[in-house]
Write a protein that binds this ligand. Sequence first.
Ligand SMILES: Cc1cc2nc3c(=O)[nH]c(=O)nc-3n(C[C@H](O)[C@H](O)[C@H](O)COP(=O)(O)OP(=O)(O)OC[C@H]3O[C@@H](n4cnc5c(N)ncnc54)[C@H](O)[C@@H]3O)c2cc1C
Length: 425
Amino acid sequence: MESSKTPFDIAIIGAGIGGLALAIGLLRQNVTYTLYEGASEYAAVGAGVALGPNALRAMDLIDSRFRGLYDSISTGNTSPEKEHSMMEALMIEEGFGEKHGWTGASWGSKHARTSAHRKALLDIMTSLIPLSTVKFNKRVNTLHQEGTRVFITFEDGEVVEADAVVGCDGIKSITRRAVLGATHPDLVEPTYAGRYAYRAIVPMQEAVKIIGCYAPDATMFMGPGASMSVYPISKGTECNVVALKKDNQPWIHKEFTKEVTREEMVGDFNIDSRLVKLLEWAKPLRWSLHHHISTPTYFKNCICILGDSAHASTPFQAAGAAQCLEDALILSRLLGLVQNSIDILNVFKVYDLIRRPRAQHVVQTSIEAGEIFSFSHPEIGNDMKKIVENCNRRFEWIWEHDLEADVKEAEEQFRILTMQGEQID
Ligand SMILES: Cc1cc2nc3c(=O)[nH]c(=O)nc-3n(C[C@H](O)[C@H](O)[C@H](O)COP(=O)(O)OP(=O)(O)OC[C@H]3O[C@@H](n4cnc5c(N)ncnc54)[C@H](O)[C@@H]3O)c2cc1C
């Protein structure tokens, strides 16, 4: 491990948005850590990412420099009058809903909409993290605890020790197995959400040629069994496209992606011919959507899980990365209070108490949002007015959540537990 500033050492596994955010937070709190990443370098998977107001507040509270850097790379809607529009809702069918007299309406927030290219987000996050604290090509094979130490065995045979491990190793997490394997073996693997996605990044000039004024502002096209969202990234020079398809079959492939033919991809959608053209920019690669619909605990002794390893969600509320940031905020602030490695158990207990109900609620409500956007919700169906009304209500608890109150509550709970001398077996 790195030379200690704190009398305990934390191993972070995985350098995705969750692991990087935790590293930034721990640096801010002067907590010693080593970040182990299985890949040979930092890499961003996917294309764009939309970050709601809660994500921005979490960045600010983790380290104000993080938020400042994000502001320098993030992109809002291009039309000034749509600054606060989170999504304009249209129908995916030919004519975008004109036949039904639907000309579009937005759901919004009092805050401005922002999104970013994932590579740009990765670059600003890694710029805050000393390379000396990161070890690449370190794929974890197993974790086991002996007394108060955790032993991490890597694929290359090396074994290292730490006082605690935070698994930020994504949806196929090894750490999740260490936390849940013995007590809830059926909840270790993610379950197929019955949806898959195609993704594309289209030069904005081309996207505007194809769908006109809808490309430079966030827009969601919805219809039976499918939806497609577009939003600007890269300072408006590129358009991020995600096409989502409902699937009634089980996902039988070993990998979470499956190559198909271009014809199969286009055949998946019965949509406006302009959207078919937009889809031509996508790789014919199905990305399955799996999630962790139930996670009964986020820790076991000195091992805990953060981000998708804890609460992988379908993307319908565009909230998964934001939940990683909220996790990192609470966990880094709590670890910043630790004087002695014995207290880490109390940190994980409080982290679980504060974070799990909210993050799991995001996973659950995202399922319903997916139903709404594919016209499958029994009470809403294809009523666009009701969909917009629902969305104007449904995001408030996610976006407007008081994170400072969460931090205060977490710190208070930690103090109470520590004063009681309570630890967890
Ligand atoms: C189609 C789609 C669109 C989305 N859009 C949005 C959006 O707009 N807004 C939003 O907030 N969220 C969105 N999300 C969710 C968001 O992308 C995720 O919640 C987030 O990226 C998860 O980050 P993570 O760090 O937990 O995991 P990951 O990004 O998966 O990172 C895990 C890291 O751990 C490493 N790793 C894995 N196993 C090991 C091992 N054994 N040893 C060492 N290292 C290991 C991996 O190499 C990787 O670097 C979307 C998701 C999808 C699928």
